[in-house]
Each structure stands twice: as structure tokens, then as C-alpha cells.
Design a protein around this ligand. Structure first.
Ligand SMILES: [Zn+2]
Length: 441
């Protein structure tokens, strides 16, 4: 009880009320020691990926939240060549993020030579319109953008995938949280560059916390992996829903959502690393090196010592590999026990039953690293008491109809991650209510 009161007091201090302003990432090396860090090699303190440059009357601009463009040159009339920023971190280089705005494009047709890696069709938005996948004409190959603009479209923005910046993420989270009284937002720390690190707690506050399951998710350890942010938002929408499923989940669970871990890298328009060239995904053996990981580490320890320890932990990422489906890294014996393998599979099956957008067609496995990852930390300290896995979204085609996957699909997958919790814990049926009605599940 004392611990719990202290925990509540500690959080009360930090409660904030959200305001309106407010390569291949295959990661197959998860079990290997090849990517062991050597020593900190800090990234440049300047931000070369933040560019403003005018060519032939077009202002090319990446100097804003999540923007990233190293340089652009003119190669002919209405023809340009763009260079993308390459992260250089202590684990090597990475480059699969781009995002920039063009102003002054009304009535023009331009070609941009741009080598952007493995996403065959980046996304575009005209003016303030919605993001959409480029067409085959607009992105004929991996090295070309061929864009035409109407007379009334003077501003357009392009990005690697459906993008989501730091402030954009917090604004979207704030919009969801404000609509419900079941969510509370906390600032749990600061990033290296001083940005707020958020946590959202969701539960039914009219029901006692005694015996509730704690479910943890955090997203965006890697800056360019924006599918993770959409999945996180879908998850948050599901657990705050004023629906039978929403009430069912909140009745039996306390959800802890960290919307964005790599705050600085995301703002800067990095692909993977933070502002200092460090991979915050692989810092759990030296958590104090990065303030974001230190904050999570301390929070995990508090929860695990408290009355509602974490029982499920999901770590949301994106992959660029040629996978046909979203996947989890399922850790195998002998790095974990057979029992742990079984609880991971139990969650995977529950997720499979919760959404048609996942069929586990690209299952991935690994030997759990000794100590670098959050999953390693849980395993070393709490074994089978915490079902902890990394989730990987992809940038390519959805399994239902082979069309390119969208931001909406990722939100739907995020809803599925929450709904899967019902089957995973085998939550007892909640008595029906006139207000929520019954939902067939
Ligand atoms: Zn990742």
C-alpha cells in the first residue's frame, strides 16, 4: 500500500493535461553479438538534414518536425536530384527516411532523382490534403519521382511512408485522450534535447485496480519507423473506445502507453538513431546512457515492484524487409524457456484472431540477446511473468487484398493488438449494459 501511494504521489507531480498545441530494418542481428556497441560516437550536433533551398522558384524545405532532406540540386529545367540524410550512429549507418515540403509547384511537372531504398512508392500530400501513396506514374522506380501539380496546388509534401512527427504524435495522442475520462497523461522524463517523454495510463477508474492486468506498449524506439506510431494510435483508440470492447478491456486492465520513445530522432528526421547517434533500442544494459531509456527503465522497475506488475509488454517497430505480413520476433529456447515460447505464441494467436490484417505469414524467431533489449531485461528479471515481444510493421502490401498498406490499416492493426489482450488473458465476460450493448467477438 505504501509503495502504491508513493507511486501515485510520484506520478501526481508529473500529471499534465494535454493541450491542443501541444537498409532493411530486419533486425535479424537481435541475437548476435556483431552489433555490440563499441564506444559512443556522437552524431553531428548540427542538423544537416534540415534544409531550406530555393531552385527554379521552388522552395525545398525539411526544416520542421520530422523533416529530412540532406541536399537537392538542379539537373535541368524542372529536373532535380535529391540526396537523403544518412544517420551515422555507433552501430553504423542507416537511411530509409525522407520527408520534405515543396512550395511554388503550382501548375508544374517536375522530376526528382532520389534514391530512397526499398519503399517502392513513397507518399505525398497536396497542400493540407491527406497523405496518399504515390501512383506508379509518380514513382516509376526506386530512384525517380515524377510529380505533376494542378494550378491550385502550390505546396506539396513527400515522405517515405505515412509520416508522423514528434509533435504530430503528441497532438494525435492528446486528441484521443481528451475525449475520455479513462486516460491520464504523464510526462515521465525528458529526451537528450529536452523534449517531453509522455506516458498515457488508461483504465476504468470506477473499477478497483486490485487484480487488474497491466499491459505496456511503447512505440518508435527507431525514428523512421512510423508504422509503429499508427499502430500505437489504433491501440489507444481501442482501449479508450466507448464500446463494449473498450469497456471490457478497461474493466480488467491498466494500460501503460509510451507513444514515442525516440523523441529527438523523430523530430530530426532520423532513420534509426537518436540525436547522439545512439540506438535507444539497445540500451537496456546501460540505461543511464540515454535519458529516454533511463526513464523507461525506472518506470518498468516501479511497476514491477507495485501491485499491478506488467504482464504483457509490446515494443512497436517497422521493418523494410520484403515480408508479406506484420510479424513478431518470437524468442526461442534455449535463450528462453519452452513455457515462454508458449505464452508468446498464445499472444500471436490471439492477435491473429483479432484482425483479418494479420495472419502470421512471416513469422520470425530469434534467440533472445543477453541484455541489450527491453525483452532481455524482462526475461532476466521476471522470466515468464512478462510476455514481452517486439512487433514489426511493414511498408508494403496488406495481406487481405494485396493493395499497398495504409496508415488506416496500421491503426486497425493497433486495435487488434489491444483486442488480443482479451483472449490472451481469457478475460471474463463483462455483464452487458444498455449503454454499451453487446458486440459479437
Ligand atoms: Zn526498429
Amino acid at each position: 500500500v505504501v509503495q502504491r501511494v508513493l507511486l501515485i504521489l510520484a506520478f501526481a507531480v508529473f500529471v499534465v493535461h494535454p493541450r491542443a498545441e501541444s537498409e532493411y530494418d530486419l533486425e535479424p542481428q537481435r541475437g548476435s553479438r556483431q552489433l555490440r556497441r563499441q564506444h559512443p560516437r556522437y552524431a553531428q550536433s548540427a542538423t544537416p538534414q534540415k534544409l531550406t533551398k530555393t531552385l527554379q522558384g521552388i522552395l525545398f524545405d525539411s526544416d520542421y518536425d520530422n523533416g529530412s532532406l540532406l541536399d537537392i540540386q538542379e539537373t535541368g529545367t524542372d529536373q532535380f536530384a535529391a540526396d537523403l540524410y544518412t544517420d551515422s550512429g555507433e552501430l553504423g549507418t542507416a537511411r530509409y527516411w525522407l520527408r520534405f515540403r515543396m512550395t511554388g509547384v503550382a501548375g508544374r511537372s517536375i522530376r526528382i532523382a532520389i534514391s530512397h531504398g526499398r519503399n517502392p512508392r513513397p507518399v505525398i500530400r497536396m497542400g493540407d490534403g491527406p497523405w496518399r501513396r504515390m501512383t506508379a506514374d509518380e514513382a516509376p522506380d526506386l530512384n525517380t519521382l515524377a510529380l505533376s501539380f494542378g494550378a491550385d496546388t502550390d505546396i506539396a509534401e513527400v515522405a517515405f511512408f505515412f509520416p508522423m512527427g514528434y509533435a504530430e504524435t503528441l497532438r494525435a495522442v492528446g486528441d484521443i485522450v481528451r475525449r475520455t475520462d479513462s486516460a491520464t497523461t504523464f510526462v515521465i522524463g525528458k529526451s537528450s534535447q529536452g523534449r517531453d517523454l509522455w506516458m498515457v495510463r488508461v483504465t476504468d477508474s470506477t473499477v478497483s485496480d486490485v487484480g487488474k492486468h497491466r499491459v505496456w506498449i511503447h512505440a518508435r524506439a527507431h525514428a523512421g519507423e512510423s508504422t509503429a506510431s499508427y499502430a500505437m494510435l489504433g491501440f489507444l483508440l481501442q482501449i479508450t473506445d466507448d464500446s463494449y470492447l473498450g469497456h471490457w478491456l478497461r474493466h480488467y486492465c491498466i494500460f501503460t502507453v509510451v507513444p514515442i520513445l525516440n523523441c529527438d530522432g523523430t523530430y530530426l528526421g532520423h532513420t534509426r538513431w537518436d540525436s547522439r547517434g545512439i540506438d535507444p533500442e539497445r540500451e537496456w544494459d546501460t540505461p543511464d546512457r540515454t535519458p529516454e531509456v533511463a526513464s523507461l527503465h525506472s518506470l518498468v522497475n516501479q511497476f514491477m515492484a507495485g501491485p499491478n506488475p506488467i504482464e504483457v509488454s509490446l515494443n512497436l517497430h517497422s521493418t523494410q524487409g520484403n515480408y508479406t505480413d506484420t510479424f513478431f520476433f518470437k524468442h526461442l529456447y534455449p535463450s528462453v524457456s519452452h513455457e515462454f515460447e508458449a505464452i508468446q505464441q498464445r499472444y500471436i494467436e490471439a492477435f491473429r484472431n483479432s484482425t483479418p490484417l494479420f495472419d502470421n505469414r512471416s513469422p520470425q524467431t530469434s534467440q533472445l540477446d543477453d541484455d541489450q533489449f527491453i525483452e532481455s531485461y524482462y526475461w532476466n528479471h521476471w522470466r515468464e511473468n512478462v510476455m514481452a515481444m517486439t512487433y514489426e510493421g511493414h511498408f508494403l502490401r496488406r495481406i487481405t487484398d494485396n493493395e499497398y498498406i495504409t496508415d488506416e490499416d496500421y491503426m486497425e492493426l493497433g486495435r487488434g493488438l489491444a483486442i488480443a489482450v482479451i483472449e490472451y488473458f481469457d478475460l471474463p465476460i463483462l455483464p452487458p449494459s444498455e449503454r454499451w450493448g453487446w458486440v459479437l467477438y
